[in-house]
Design a binder for this molecule. Structure first.
Ligand code: DGJ
Length: 691
């Protein structure tokens, strides 16, 4: 809902629980008025006439109060927009007017030949405010040094606490909370992809708990380098500015008649605590971001941990047969099926099946897999090339490189320059051809190294490749999805190195982490769930001891219950599993299929965080609820505490579908559910249905 004042200078966007209000002064300053609980237009107008503070000359009254601080003029805060022409730097805009259409508000400003439009949208039934900016250049070339998507302004409070998700390869999305202090906290990626180091999300609160209190969250939809700066200004006001690109050294050159649209930076206010914030983000993504989120994701098998590069059609068939018998619904052949890819030293870029390994191409295996009743998927890493490949031998200039400098290799590979149209066309032909060559239902799209030598010798403005790479990736995914609508895509980047609202708009799920240790995963999944829903969070059960990371041994039960918190997959070497293990796994897969709608589409309540002892999550969908609980280590023989459930009707009764025991809703909510876990690394699943 959008309310506009009579003079057309104050706007209030409202969702079910919150409002967002801005105002243009008669000096054409765009001021932030309100973000929080619902208010009306009269409240916003009252805020609009409150005088700005009368600072001494060393501070600016605009700092911390503007919706989109531009560089130049009476400002010292970090600018969201920084542009320069041959003549001058900075922006001095005049207000041109507004448009409101289909729930989107556009505020139009102009500085000479440069039009700057701020976009706001609140889609129905959500409190998420989507913001982005477009720049249209009608004059001589303008260099865009930086164009953030939005600046978010928080209300005055005594103290703020910042939540962020930090990590590295094998240890992504771990939640960290700390007091915000004066100055700036900057997170981001200067790596060309979203990165394992931070998910592009922050949340700020003063005294929230899991279930109560105000939480402000911001999440960026961009899969390249990015930056979010959280600033506590000298007068303690807090602003969060974010967008594409890590620094201010130049994003792109806008020629005459050219435009740039920033990615969306979305913001959410809730007073439902961290849990309420997560549930609101999840609902928003399921409704407006993730394609086809009402369809549950299948249980998959992935061959990577079982075989690594040592693969053959015969061995994949053997794995597929065991996977099918276990109830798996999607069989994915990982790395090693193409070109001369028998190790990570060769073959990337040559997307045709290895004739020694797959003499008849992928089709016979795909058909066999279909014959077993499963979908068929493959792994690709299209943005990369090994120097030892036919592609690189033919086109050594297709990679990112600096003239006269070494081409830095990571994992023996270089990054293709996707900003080049010929590279885009090559990849389209290869991938479209591949998807047409065999009945392929699923593509795991990987990205295994960061940008380092991001040069483009023949281009007049090479640094545009940082942005254009991401745009080309999105365009390629969009084109492939349109041409092959039955194919699902997974975003992977050495695990969780490319997870953000941008890639989630064009992929069906993400590979959360290469760390498949079920205990480490609880913390990774806890962090991931702060912003993204279980519906996209792929999780595999692999072998024990965990060969990839830490040699930790754990029961099949613990591994399954850990992975069942997201989109369940199996990634162990099934040819080495005993008949007993295979039978037990079959039972877990069957149970997962029963709880899947509740896990993938339900509301998540984090009952206890994974901090050493008992941890648990609960999903609620309609009359059904599922509790997954894990005990890391029992100490001193103490019984584990009862789990106080949430999201249930206190006046209803709930039946445990395994034991038939009937629990009163009020008792579950106030006194809790007893889950008899014992010892180390124990886990359980409890299904409850309203009677
Ligand atoms: C990194 C991914 O995260 C793994 O799952 C696997 O696909 C390898 N790449 C293959 O090279």
């Amino acid at each position: 809902m959008l309310d506009i004042s009579e003079d057309g200078r104050t706007w209030v966007l409202s969702g079910p629980a919150s409002s967002y209000a801005v105002h243009v002064t008669d000096r054409d300053e765009l001021l932030h008025l309100h973000w929080g609980a619902r208010i009306g237009l009269a409240d916003a107008e009252a805020l609009a006439v409150r005088p700005l503070p009368d600072y001494w000359p060393f501070e600016s009254p605009l700092d911390g109060r503007e919706e989109y601080p531009v560089e130049g003029g009476p400002r010292f805060a970090r600018p969201a927009l920084s542009v320069r022409t041959g003549e001058r730097r900075g922006t001095e805009w005049t207000y041109e007017g507004h448009d409101a259409e289909d729930g989107e508000l556009r505020l139009r400003f102009r500085d000479g030949d440069l039009a700057v439009t701020l976009h706001y949208r609140m889609r129905s039934s959500t409190d998420v405010v989507e913001r982005w900016v477009t720049l249209d250049n009608h004059g001589p070339a303008v260099e865009v040094l930086r164009a953030d998507s939005a600046t978010w302004t928080l209300p005055d409070r005594d103290t703020w606490r910042l939540s962020q998700l930090h990590g590295r390869w094998g240890a992504e999305s771990r939640l960290e909370r700390s007091a915000l202090t004066h100055g700036e906290k900057v997170i981001g990626s200067r790596r060309g992809h979203t990165g394992h180091q931070h998910l592009p999300w922050v949340a700020l609160d003063t005294d929230a708990t899991e279930e109560r209190g105000e939480v402000y969250g911001c999440a960026l939809g961009w899969s390249g380098s990015w930056r979010i700066a959280v600033a506590q200004l000298p007068d303690a006001r807090v602003q969060i500015t974010g967008g594409a690109g890590y620094d201010d050294s130049g994003l792109l050159m806008l020629g005459t008649g050219e435009s740039y649209t920033t990615p969306v930076f979305a913001g959410l206010w809730t007073d439902g605590g961290y849990g309420g914030a997560s549930r609101a983000w999840h609902a928003y993504q399921r409704a407006y971001v993730i394609p086809g989120a009402d369809q549950d994701r299948p249980v998959l098998f992935n061959s990577w941990e079982a075989t690594e590069f040592d693969i053959s059609e015969e061995q994949q068939r053997a794995l597929a047969e065991r996977a099918a018998a276990m109830g798996v619904e999607l069989f994915v052949v990982d790395d090693g099926w193409f070109g001369t890819r028998t190790s990570d030293r060769a073959g990337l870029g040559d997307w045709t099946p290895n004739p020694d390994r797959f003499p008849g191409g992928l089709k016979p295996l795909a058909e066999h897999v279909h014959g077993l009743g499963m979908q068929f998927g493959i792994w690709v890493e299209p943005e990369m090339v090994n120097p030892d490949s036919d592609l690189y031998r033919a086109h050594p200039d297709w990679v990112q490189y600096q003239p006269g400098r070494k081409r830095t290799e990571f994992r023996n590979q270089l990054v293709l320059n996707l900003a080049r149209v010929d590279v885009q066309e090559y990849l389209w032909e290869q991938l479209d051809g591949l998807l047409s060559s065999a009945p392929i239902d699923y593509v795991k799209w990987d990205f295994n190294r960061c940008f380092t030598d991001a040069g483009w010798p023949d281009d007049p403005y090479p640094q545009r490749l940082w942005v254009d790479h991401v745009r080309a990736l999105y365009a390629l995914l969009d084109r492939l999805r349109a041409a092959h609508p039955g194919v699902a895509f997974e975003s992977c980047s050495g695990g969780g190195g490319r997870i953000d609202l941008g890639v989630l708009g064009r992929t069906d799920q993400v590979w959360t982490s290469d760390n498949t240790d079920p205990l480490d995963r609880l913390a990774i999944q806890h962090g991931f769930s702060q912003i993204h829903p279980a519906r996209v969070m792929a999780a595999w059960v692999t072998d024990s001891p965990n060969a990839m990371l830490n040699q930790r041994a754990s029961s099949l039960r613990f591994r399954f219950v850990s992975a069942m918190a997201g989109v369940l997959g199996v990634g162990g070497d099934l040819t080495k599993w005993t008949e007993r293990e295979l039978a037990e796994a079959r039972d877990w897969v069957e149970l997962y299929k029963e709880i899947r709608p509740v896990v993938q589409r339900g509301e998540l309540h984090r009952l206890r965080p994974p901090e050493g002892g008992l941890s648990a999550v609960q999903y609620v969908l309609g009359d059904e609820s599922v509790v997954l609980a894990w005990l890391q280590a029992q100490r001193y023989g103490e019984p584990v505490p009862a789990l106080r459930l949430r999201g249930l009707d206190p006046s209803a009764s709930y039946e445990c579908l395994k034991t038939g025991e009937v629990h009163r809703g009020a008792v579950l909510l106030h006194h809790g559910l007893r889950v008899g876990l014992r010892g180390d690394l124990d886990a359980t699943v409890v299904r409850l249905k309203r009677k």
